[in-house]
Design a protein around this ligand. Structure first.
Ligand SMILES: *Cc1c(COP(=O)(O)O)cnc(C)c1O
Length: 376
């Protein structure tokens, strides 16, 4: 059995090495490092994959969120409703723009933002909702869009962990996560479901004028070179990363199948163990398992983490401190929030290795070791 990785980027690379190496060498040969055909092709292909009108590539997922909030004209003091149970990038950019993050609780089963909590948090200052499709499970977009329409709010999807996922509406419509709201944002960080070999990100929208604005902001606020109409930043996906993504995008569905198969294997391994809750899969979405996250009850979670590490099994706590408890948010009243589900989950979640190259032998070993710990 080969060593177990949380995400095995090396093994995945070796399986596509010839294609990737050729594509990367092609970029070196062209010496078109910024912009150019690789980037344009990738944006077009991703738009068609997601069935969205515009894909605007940028430097990383954090920038994507920031640029989205800038493009929507959010102003200091505007309230943005968001989960606290997420990666810091989601809410950090709000602080950076001096927006007021309004942290709400999540659904205990899906780990995603709770629509009832959103309703309760709305005030006259609320301007936007930022749901996160956490771990690859879609947030309840149908309810979120209904609330947004009712209260005239923007919705920005943080799709960094769920690219390739589907959301099923009541009327039978199926949409890709990231393509559902005002603006969708994603990351191509190497360990994400569609990862490049460095940093990368993108924004998605069906709105032509918003697309124009997103492009301008990501490019120093200019449409015409050296004529800067609005305040922007410098956020680009480079051609080497786009070349890698052009190889990997056609494999995304296959990668998702591999992740879902690995999740099924774990699910089976842990059924019947009352102290372990395996990931819930709502009927409204296709889970793409960026993470495979268990909830443990009456188990020493941190003890299990240490025990697994001794056995050569990596595991992760995503995330050990929720956003509202981060020092960063002291000045934003973070400590005033009471989010019982978020705190409850924070103490009980553990994510096991999941990736496209995980072997059954490795999974059997992981399952056995987890059970050995909880049964001892
Ligand atoms: C990874 C991630 C981001 C940020 O992406 P970067 O490319 O690392 O900037 C944002 N939100 C979530 C939920 C993420 O997992």
């Amino acid at each position: 059995m080969s060593p177990i990785q949380m995400v095995d980027l090396k093994k995945q690379y070796l399986n596509i090495k010839d294609q990737v190496d050729a594509a990367v060498l092609g970029v070196l040969d062209s010496s078109m490092f910024i912009g150019g055909p690789q980037v344009n092709t990738f944006a077009a292909k991703l738009s068609s994959y997601l069935d969205v009108k515009h894909t605007i590539p940028c430097a990383n997922g954090t920038d994507a969120l920031q640029i989205a909030m800038m493009a929507l004209g959010l102003q200091p003091g505007d309230e943005v409703i968001t989960p606290s149970f997420t990666y810091i990038a989601t809410t950090e950019v709000m602080a950076l723009l001096r927006l007021q993050p309004v942290f709400v609780d999540v659904d205990k089963r899906t780990f995603c933002i709770d629509p009832e909590a959103i309703r309760k948090a709305i005030t006259p200052k609320t301007k936007a909702i930022v749901p996160v499709h956490l771990y690859g499970h879609a947030a309840p977009m149908e309810e979120i869009l209904a609330i947004a329409t009712e209260h005239n709010l923007f919705v920005i999807e943080d799709n960094a962990q769920a690219i390739g996922g589907d959301y099923y509406f009541n009327d039978g419509t199926v949409k890709k996560t990231g393509s559902i709201s005002t603006i969708g944002c994603t990351s191509f960080f190497p360990s994400k479901n569609l990862g490049c070999y460095g940093d990368g990100g993108a924004m998605f929208t069906n709105d032509d004028s918003l697309a124009e604005l997103l492009k301008m902001i990501a490019n120093h606020g200019q449409k015409k070179r050296y004529y800067h109409e609005i305040i922007g930043c410098n956020s680009r996906l480079d051609a080497l990363q786009a070349a890698v993504l052009n190889i990997k995008l056609p494999l995304l569905d296959q990668y998702i199948d591999a992740r879902r198969k690995a999740a099924d294997y774990y699910d089976n391994g842990f059924t019947g163990h009352t102290k372990i809750t395996t990931p819930f899969r709502a009927a409204t979405c296709k889970h793409v398992f960026h993470q495979y996250t268990l909830i443990l009850e009456d188990i020493d979670r941190d003890g299990l983490h240490a025990f697994l590490a001794e056995q050569g099994i990596p595991s992760m706590i995503y995330y050990p401190v929720p956003a509202h408890r981060q020092k960063m948010f002291d000045a934003f009243g973070g400590s005033n929030y009471n989010l019982p589900v978020t705190d409850w989950l924070t103490e009980r979640v553990i994510s096991l290795p999941i990736h496209t190259e995980l072997e059954e032998e490795q999974q059997a070993f992981i399952v056995n070791k987890v059970l050995e710990f909880i049964n001892r």
